[in-house]
Design a protein around this ligand. Sequence first.
Ligand code: NAD
Ligand code: DAU
Length: 373
Amino acid sequence: MSQTMPSTADLLGNRRRILVTGGAGFIGGAVVRRLLRDSDATVFNLDKMGYASDLTSIQEVLAEQGEADGVRHRLQCVDLKDAEAVDAAVREANPDLVMHLAAESHVDRSISGPGEFISSNITGTYNLLQAVRSHVERLSEARAAAFRLHHISTDEVFGSLGAEGRFSETTPYDPRSPYSASKAASDHLVQAWHHTFGLPVVLTNCSNNYGPWQFPEKLIPVVTLKAAAGEPIPLYGDGLNVRDWLYVEDHVDALLLAACRGQSGRSYCVGGHGEKTNKEVVTTICNQLDQHHPNNAPHAHLITRVIDRPGHDRRYAIDPTRITEELGWQPRHNVEQGLAATVAWYLQHQDWCSKVRDQANYDGGRLGLNRPQ
Ligand code: NAD
Ligand code: DAU
């Protein structure tokens, strides 16, 4: 932990009951683990337990701590599309803080099947906002004053950059995929509930996350697993699209700072100066595989250019000045170290990857080439 990052318990203060939506997913899981490890708050984990959900990492933390599931970690298996169930879950949680991460998150799946993105990300956020609005009306003055709904969003709402420039909180919205359009709509709903109904909200817009426990459909786990298996590694288009990579634990630091110290109604852009072309990322992973499995080197021979993602955004990059200056956030990992640790983790956890792929009925094949329906 860097010197500037306060402890989780200090950040939470008197907030004892935290509702995390999407806590069975990749980033939400990292938030839940941090809350369980570094505070004694009770965590209500609202998740529909969809294809990308898995609780193994949380169960490991509970086992480390000798905690029985259902005491400090309470799973609420609820789909945000179900307004009544969402309202009941919020009443049960009676939260001091809501961290809203639940969303369909994979751009390629939003191309093959946009409907689930509209209902989960837009209608789901609407249902949560309504339930939380009623909840805040029931709170005492002191609890209401400290309460926040923290909406976790993405840099993709800002569209696509050319070779120059970076996204900041004042960049106009320009989403270009069904996924990013659904996230942009949810951001607007959250801001509207703040301005119209006085709901105390904070928003964050983060760049690409990577790290352990990510469902193996996104670039870094896909490439690592394909390289390890000696299979062709799919590089979309010319491979020169740029993403700004951030280690997931650095994102969790930013989320806790924004949720607990962010100003109501304000948004914060989060990114760690980790710009890389996809080709650079894929080549770095292949070089690392050469060290782990020298018999199959060079793995870069497996890189195969495939037809591009429809509407593929060219470049994302974040200017994190606001969250750095106002809240003291700094990333603790650089991309080279974080990527090396992540690749090693996936190589050691291939059984987990097979398990979650099987549960999701996903064979690791290409997604997102179908015509939208
Ligand atoms: P993920 O797909 O790994 O996990 C999302 C979780 O949300 C899953 O467990 C899923 O079951 C749950 N969920 C989806 N729809 C739901 C619904 N209708 N009701 C209840 N639960 C539902 O995603 P992730 O990568 O952990 O992303 C989490 C959040 O962070 C998302 O809001 C995403 O837009 C945002 N984000 C992701 C990244 C990234 O690089 N992964 C970057 C910036 C922002
Ligand atoms: O920028 C933040 C966003 O990052 C989040 O909001 C999304 O939830 C998250 O999924 C991620 O979106 P991307 O589309 O950038 O991530 P993905 O890992 O799918 O792709 C990263 C880049 O790699 C992108 O340019 C497409 C390319 N790619 C992806 C896959 C899966 C390939 O070249 N080959 C692949 O097999």
